[in-house]
Design a binder for this molecule. Structure first.
Ligand code: F6R
Length: 359
């Protein structure tokens, strides 16, 4: 049950430290990534990776895709519902990674079936043991987030992104032509601190006051670049799903190519900075601020973006790969509190279902 919480979503946001500890448990040893049942060398024949997913899982897949590409492995992230039209060449050296919390999403299952019919090898990254995706794929990796009841995916996004980040390091170790990420050791080393950093965010967040100030705005925009882009898209999806307010996420640099026309003093803009290369996020946030939009920096304390903003949602200092996930927790909290102020049925938003079994 939801115990002391008003909603499952609140509980699921709050239990992310434990969920993440379970996700990580036993998977990093001596600086190497180990997955149960998938011995070293498992991915040695892989030439191309295609991530397929929908909705929130697609945003987690974007994370994996960027990390894999930066390790020199050919990778793509495809909307499962568009797989037919966008997949391109596939063969037995293609690994299709289905990212699906439920393991039952029809679009995702369909994409995997099409890929495997054409000879690809498949891997399901899922939360549900024994789900259709886990049973049908050649291999499965579980994100171990525990059951998620709220329709809006929260803890499972965090656990998916961590699992995929680990998977990319496993693949990059196996694939002979890959070039391991330069600071891989630092990245894997700081993962152990992630559950504690999430706890810090949960304990110190000012998301409720922020939601109170802005919950009756016209529209909400979310920007970020690199890994921050996936967090911006996820922040906007969560916000629209449970508040029913208009929210959109963009790659920071895209803001000036159209969306800027919508920016007014009534459209708060959330700028996600990870402490990596956030220059475009900063310049575009300042551009929006010049048009009167309130700017919310989701950023570490000493970040230049925080000075340029009206509000800050603070994230602990950590490796940029994990910083995006901390920013995402802050955005989950903003969505939750805004939806609560608007008295929305948070755990069961209208028209939505937890798993979408129709195409
Ligand atoms: C958003 C949400 C949906 C799902 C999507 C894929 O909060 O829950 O966007 O992420 O329907 O579902 P799975 O991951 O079960 O394939």
């Amino acid at each position: 049950g939801k115990g002391e919480y008003d909603h499952y979503m609140a509980k699921e946001i709050d239990t992310q430290p434990t969920a993440l500890s379970n996700t990580i448990e036993g998977r990093v040893e001596d600086g190497n990534v180990a997955f149960e049942d998938l011995p070293a060398g498992t991915f040695a024949d892989v030439e191309t990776v295609q991530f397929v997913a929908c909705g929130t899982s697609y945003h987690a897949a974007m994370y994996g895709n960027q990390l894999l590409r930066s390790a020199g492995v050919r990778a793509d992230v495809l909307r499962a519902s568009e797989y037919d039209q966008t997949a391109g060449p596939v063969d037995e050296n293609t690994l299709v990674v289905a990212v699906t919390q439920s393991g039952e999403t029809a679009d995702t299952l369909d994409a995997v079936r099409k890929a495997t019919d054409r000879g690809a090898r498949s891997l399901a990254v899922t939360n549900v043991v024994g789900s259709t995706a886990a049973r049908e794929a050649d291999d499965a990796i579980y994100i171990r987030a525990g059951p998620e009841v709220g329709v809006a995916a929260t803890k499972t996004f965090s656990s998916q992104a961590v699992t995929l980040a680990l998977l990319t390091q496993r693949i990059a170790t196996d694939v002979p032509t890959a070039t391991p990420v330069e600071d891989r050791e630092a990245m894997l080393g700081s993962l152990a601190d992630l559950p504690e950093h999430v706890e810090t965010v949960l304990e110190t967040t000012n998301a409720e006051s922020l939601a109170r100030e802005y919950f009756d705005s016209d529209s909400y925009f979310f920007i970020g670049n690199g890994l921050g882009h996936s967090v911006a898209l996820e922040g906007a999806l969560k916000f629209k799903e449970i508040t029913y307010e208009h929210a959109e996420g963009f790659a920071s640099g895209e803001l000036k190519h159209g969306p800027l026309a919508l920016v007014t003093p009534e459209t708060p803009l959330f700028a996600v900075a990870t402490g990596g290369d956030d220059e475009k996020t900063k310049t575009n946030a300042i551009e929006a601020r010049t048009r009167g939009a309130p700017i919310v920096a989701v950023a570490p304390d000493d970040h230049p973006l925080a000075d340029a903003a009206d509000w800050q949602l603070s994230i602990p200092d950590t490796h940029p790969v994990w910083a995006g996930l901390l920013a995402n927790v802050q955005l989950q909290l903003v969505s939750y509190h805004a939806a609560a102020l608007l008295e929305r049925p948070i755990d069961k938003p209208r028209n939505l279902a937890k798993s979408v079994t129709v195409e």
